[in-house]
Design a protein around this ligand. Structure first.
Ligand code: SF4
Ligand code: MG
Length: 335
């Protein structure tokens, strides 16, 4: 499969009055054509900053990509000037955010908002753009598209607005769609419909999708692979099956316990106790130590080496790693 995106050792920092926040600390992953990759973690884990970096949307200052590369279809994006990035953003790489209302202009008709990108960036004629807009309305499941194109955002429900946002994001036929919490503002039934829509769109268009969410439940049906982020790092990655059926990291296991299960209604959700470490001065060892029920002596001293459970399944945790004992012995010798 063709590789669309290759992120390598990405570091992103933010300067604040309190000091420098290390928001993303050495993130590497890739994405293939037609694949759906989910990036999951609590708020502040670096998942949105990672996707913003791919879009060239890290505000500098105060933000900065301090290290690493982002390669999109062979082109290194971190070095691109903003004017070149603008030719890619929204066209070859599209993004959908949580709140569909802020993504739409309340004063323009849906038809205008759907067609303007196409006319401007792809130099499509007005007639052709309108035709394409009708197709997109059909693709995202909005009935009576002829009528609906003349209407304004407030004339649509929340779920319908998110469908329109998705149609706008896809109309220029991007190769990569980044969706940051695209269903968080919607109720559960609509959420399920939008997720099914992503699945259908991918089948029909072959677009690659990065889905950012705090809710593992959301990705259970549609992700091919899952990255779990914690304190600016990917602490576990694997196929959907690997992460859901054989999670290795105590944090991933904790996240799975807090996913509502439709089949056991009386099951209480167990959130993970405690909060992530502050990222002004991240701990040198495993950042999950303070919250981890399995923490060992080595954990807060040395960051865990990556263990390969399978070719696709990797985890940063000492539990499965024989090397932990040796390292502990070595640090004891040094002290
Ligand atoms: Fe827990 Fe240690 Fe694994 Fe970190 S490395 S998740 S503290 S067992
Ligand atoms: Mg976020």
């Amino acid at each position: 499969m063709e590789k669309i995106l290759d992120v390598n050792d990405l570091h992103v920092t933010f300067r604040t009055y309190g000091g420098t926040v290390k928001a993303v600390r050495g993130v590497s992953f890739d994405l293939h054509k037609g694949e759906t990759l989910a990036i999951v973690g609590e708020s502040g884990c670096g998942k949105s900053v990672t996707s913003n970096a791919v879009m060239g949307l890290v505000p500098n200052p105060p933000g900065k990509i301090s290290n690493g590369t982002i390669t999109f279809k062979g082109e290194e994006l971190t070095a691109l000037p903003e004017k070149d990035m603008r030719k890619i953003r929204g066209i070859d790489i599209s993004m959908i955010f949580q709140d569909p209302m802020t993504a739409l202009n309340p004063t323009l008709t849906i038809g205008t908002q759907l067609t303007e990108g196409l006319m401007e960036h792809r130099k499509t004629s007005r007639g052709k753009a309108r035709e394409k807009a009708l197709q997109m309305m059909n693709l995202v499941g909005i009935p009576n598209p002829e009528e609906r194109l003349k209407q304004y955002p407030h004339q649509f429900s929340g779920g319908m607005r998110q469908r329109i946002v998705i149609a706008i994001a896809l109309i220029c036929e991007p190769e990569l769609l980044i969706a940051d919490e695209p269903t968080t503002a919607l109720d559960v039934t609509i959420q399920a419909q939008i997720l099914e829509l992503f699945d259908r769109i991918q089948e029909q268009t072959g677009v690659s999708i990065v889905l950012i969410t705090h809710d593992l439940g959301v990705v259970a049906k549609i992700a091919d692979r899952i990255l779990v982020m914690y304190a600016g790092k990917i602490i576990e990655e694997g196929t959907r099956k690997e992460v859901f059926y054989t999670p290795q990291h105590p944090y991933t296991r904790g996240l799975l316990k807090s996913v509502p299960r439709l089949d056991f209604k009386e099951d209480k959700l167990t959130p993970i106790d405690g909060t992530p470490p502050d990222l002004f001065s991240p701990p040198q060892g495993c950042p999950f130590t303070a919250r981890c029920p399995m923490a060992m002596e080595v954990c807060d001293k040395v960051y865990p080496l990556q263990t390969e459970i399978s070719k696709t399944h990797k985890v940063d945790c000492w539990l499965q790693d024989e090397r932990a004992k040796q390292l502990l012995a070595a640090t004891a010798d040094n002290n």
